[in-house]
Design a protein around this ligand. Structure first.
Ligand code: SF4
Length: 637
């Protein structure tokens, strides 16, 4: 008997309109867990190299993890993964909320979707029974309308709906997937992959209790967490202010708040978009995810002039940064409205804001004209133009059609040297964290298999000498902190270990805000929770190896899509001095960055010339079967 997982993976063939169930044993779940590792397994096993992302050949995976539904705070997440239409390589986005626990209660650990339906459909999964239903009447609807109609026709307000809106339908390359209107699988364009498959939504209902080996032990951990989280400096701040309250002011003061497309690290109007202003003028209530007492989500409302609908939640820090300082916008109501529009239309707020900031810089430098923009005065700070562009991107109207391709492709079409304004790696726009002030982000953005990804590994500030997160690394064997801007060998070692921790969570279905170094639950407690849930005689060692396996499996998928070391790059601007803020004049050192990459490849067992995982490393991680799949890429640099 299996514990902690359902043991069932639902396979949906939209070409044939057929479903089937695959069952796996303990060894499978112990090796691949869930989330990104499980998705990579299927992408490697069942797909050839060089998949066209928006073709029916792509595989779309919705995967929970073994800690989802256990009641452990933060155990509520899932990954949506596929080959990304934004980057052409491994694509993935995580979300929390209620959808992932409901999937397990409905009887499945994951859903694998292949092919494409001839006409729009949605999946209805009710207590293990699966139906593929007509969605023609839903096509063109936003997420709120879609959820309302689906719940009405299924006769239940409690059905959990993950859906796409016009952004996904119109194949915007950074379209996201939204569940319960407030939780987004934001990055990598997974909504566009749904759209390419004519899959409008997946609706869930379930009541099954997934069996746990030691439910009492899980309850004890949960109680302990509830009694202690308000005494922890990070959990308390997240609870009291959300990410918008934690980050905007702090990053601005540290000189690393991305401003005007990463020109500066400080925004003169940071006070206008910070958590204090948000809570004073737009805050309605705190919100959260299943079985998590932290409740770090924020809900926004405004009566106008930009009326903001609280159904769609409220902006996280990333959204406040992307539509605020990055676009030079000081109107927080417009930022809240931008958030609402993105959740309605299913656009990733990071890539949307960053692509608009790119277009603003192009306009200010004469590379886009009024003729191109349809008369929009597309300058930094123009919040009206920003909101107009979000609508146009979702519907691909006017210049929105070009920007819906993402900043890298848009730059290729605009030309004139505009590539230097596209703040992306592997085609994915950078999140609102400044590599020139947080060296781990330089590695995370450059090395992540899915392009610039701020959830690849923990950020630097909690792990500087004297910072409270340093002690949490001791159980991993790292005994000293490293300065935030330092990019030498000690940082590479710290980054590699820390990356494994967040990739463990990605695969187990855990939130990075509740556990890991710098958070309340320690890695050894995560291993204990996993043992209690599954009955596996597991350890910190095995859990960390799961993280390393996840990193390497994702890399293997991207290698088969043609990624090599030459793609592990950063925008040129990162090697140029910051123009404002506390770190004014600070730039990354190119030689130091290249040395750091060399050390990382060596440490991870990837060929430093090509970035391809070696046969020995794949074998050591139990991925030896994937080694022949990479052979044709080993000679290329
Ligand atoms: S910490 Fe926040 S994002 Fe994480 S599970 Fe709790 S409420 Fe959700």
């Amino acid at each position: 008997m299996l514990y902690g997982v359902t043991g069932k993976i639902l396979k949906v063939d939209l070409d044939q309109q057929r479903t089937s169930v695959e069952e796996h044993d303990e060894a499978f779940y112990r090796t691949y867990g869930g989330g990104g590792c499980l998705a990579s397994y299927y992408l490697l096993k069942e797909r050839p190299a060089k998949i066209e992302p928006l073709s029916p050949d792509n595989l779309l995976v919705f995967a929970s993890g073994p800690l989802v539904g256990t009641g452990i705070p933060g155990g509520n997440r899932f990954s949506v993964a596929a080959i990304s239409p934004l980057t052409g390589c491994y694509g993935e986005a995580e979300a929390g909320g209620w959808w992932s626990p409901e999937l397990k209660k409905a009887g499945y650990d994951a859903i694998i979707v292949e092919g494409a339906a001839e006409k729009p459909v949605y999946l209805w999964i009710d207590e293990g029974t699966v139906r593929i239903r007509d969605a023609a009447h839903l096509w063109g609807k936003d997420t709120g309308e879609t959820q309302d109609i689906i719940r009405c026709e299924l006769g239940s307000r409690s059905v959990r709906v993950a859906a796409i809106g016009p952004g996904g339908e119109n194949l915007v390359r950074f379209a996201c997937v939204v569940n319960n209107l407030r939780h987004t699988n934001g990055r990598s364009g997974m909504g566009a992959v749904m759209g390419s498959k004519n899959l409008k939504a997946i609706a869930l209902h379930g009541r099954q209790q997934v069996p746990m080996k030691d439910r009492e032990a899980l309850i004890r951990i949960r109680r302990w967490y509830a009694e202690n989280f308000m005494d922890h400096p990070v959990e308390r701040v997240l609870h009291d202010g959300g990410t918008i309250g934690w980050d905007v002011t702090e990053l601005d003061e540290a000189g690393i708040l991305p401003t005007r497309n990463f020109h500066s690290g400080s925004f003169e109007h940071a006070d206008a978009i910070c958590g204090e202003t948000f809570h004073r003028d737009f805050f309605v209530e705190a919100d959260g995810c299943w079985a998590c007492p932290v409740r770090c989500k924020r809900v926004a409302r405004s009566q106008g002039p930009d009326v903001v609908d609280p159904r769609y939640g409220g902006p996280e820090y990333e959204t406040a940064g992307a539509f605020g300082s990055l676009c030079g916008v000081s109107n927080l109501e417009a930022v809240c409205k931008a958030h609402e529009l993105c959740n309605k239309y299913t656009l990733d707020t990071i890539s949307t804001g960053s692509t608009i900031a790119f277009a603003m810089e192009c306009f200010e430098n004469g590379l886009l004209t009024h003729e191109d923009t349809g008369g929009l005065e597309l300058r930094f700070g123009n919040d009206r133009a920003m909101l107009q562009l979000i609508q146009q991107i979702a519907t691909r109207e006017g210049i929105g059609d070009l920007l819906a391709e993402g900043s890298r492709r848009a730059a290729q079409q605009i030309g004139g040297g505009s590539e230097r304004f596209a703040m992306q790696t592997k085609g994915q726009e950078m999140a609102m964290h400044e590599p020139r002030g947080k060296a781990s982000l330089a590695l995370a953005y450059a090395l992540s298999s899915s392009g610039a990804n701020h959830t690849e590994a923990p950020h630097d500030f909690l792990f500087q000498p004297g910072a409270f997160g340093v002690g949490d690394m001791a159980e991993l064997g790292i005994l000293e902190g490293v300065a935030a801007q330092y990019l030498g060998p000690e940082k590479v070692r710290q980054f590699a270990y820390m990356q494994m921790t967040w990739q463990v969570f990605n695969t187990l279905g855990m939130c990075i805000f509740t556990a890991g170094p710098g958070k309340l639950l320690k890695m050894s407690q995560v291993a204990q929770a996993l043992a209690a849930a599954t009955g596996w005689d597991t350890s910190l060692w095995e859990v960390m190896k799961l993280g390393e396996r996840t990193i390497t499996a994702k890399r293997a998928v991207s290698v088969r899509q043609g990624i090599s070391r030459s793609d592990d790059r950063l925008p040129e601007r990162m090697f140029e001095p910051l123009e404002g803020g506390l770190l004014k004049g600070k730039a990354l050192d190119r030689a130091e960055f290249e040395r750091a990459l060399d050390l990382y490849y060596d440490a991870l067992g990837w060929d430093p010339r090509t970035g391809v995982p070696t046969p020995g490393k794949l074998n050591e991680l139990g991925l030896g079967w994937a080694s022949p799949l990479l052979d044709q890429f080993r000679g290329r640099e």
